[in-house]
Ligand binder design. Sequence first.
Ligand SMILES: [Cu+2]
Length: 310
Amino acid sequence: MTGVPTLNPFSPEAASIAHLFVAILLVMFSIFALVATLVTVAIIRYRDREGAVEARQEFGNPRLEIIWTVLPALLLVAIFIFTVRTIHASDPPVSGRAPDLRVIGHQWWWEADYLKSGIVAANEIHIPVGTPILLEVESADVIHDFWVPELGRKIDAIPGHPNHIWISAEKPGTYLGTCAEFCGNQHAWMRIVVIAQRPADFAAWQRRQLSVPPVPTAGVAAQGAQLFRDQTCVNCHTISGTPANQRIGPDLTHLAGRGTIAAGAAADTPANLFKWLKDPNSIKPETHMPNFQLTDAQARALVAYMETLK
Ligand SMILES: [Cu+2]
């Protein structure tokens, strides 16, 4: 969606954070305006000039001192109360509910396991609009942080320590997020895309994800499928309906249905896939996907195969 994400909430959780932020900003701005005005008045009024009167001096004034201590203290108490309310509103209790979705941070991409349907997605998370989804957030390696500002608070992804967070979206749309905890070289290319869909569209997406793409049996795509097995791609990736079932890299079963590859580093086009397979570092330096020194013909065959993974 458009606009400043933190000021543009699309869920009750994100709205509570945005409202607190704006309220505190207004309080701070009022204080700044007051202080700046008083200082300006003092500078002009009491500047040194011919026949200037000296300002009245105050040496200890209990009434003034009580006022300027009590007023800010009250203000802080008010901000504290609103902050505690926001903490609760932005992080509703989980109360023993099983999570809907496990999101696992990897260097440098996101895995999304739909625990009820068994769907495994990568980098693009589809949710039904208007339904609170309980996420369990974890990491496969170092500490990452899941943050989609329009939909909710940040939450750390810590190895061996699952955290929980609710996300929901009030309107269908695409909401962008990113890893918010420095996690190494390609931290900046660890984008999250949350796609909130109407229930019917979400159901259609689920059906597509649960379907198994047929393995091509003829042509260049079939050569690609063979190469995929021969080139040890199977050691790291999953493609349903084939022996490939590893989870070191993203699940590729429905790769062609995604908008981007490598966690947002490039659009999911045949040209970019070719570039990625020829030299992953040219798109994402130091990515954990190795360079297989493929020939152009091999890379083209693999791209043809990847394009069938709808
Ligand atoms: Cu990161």
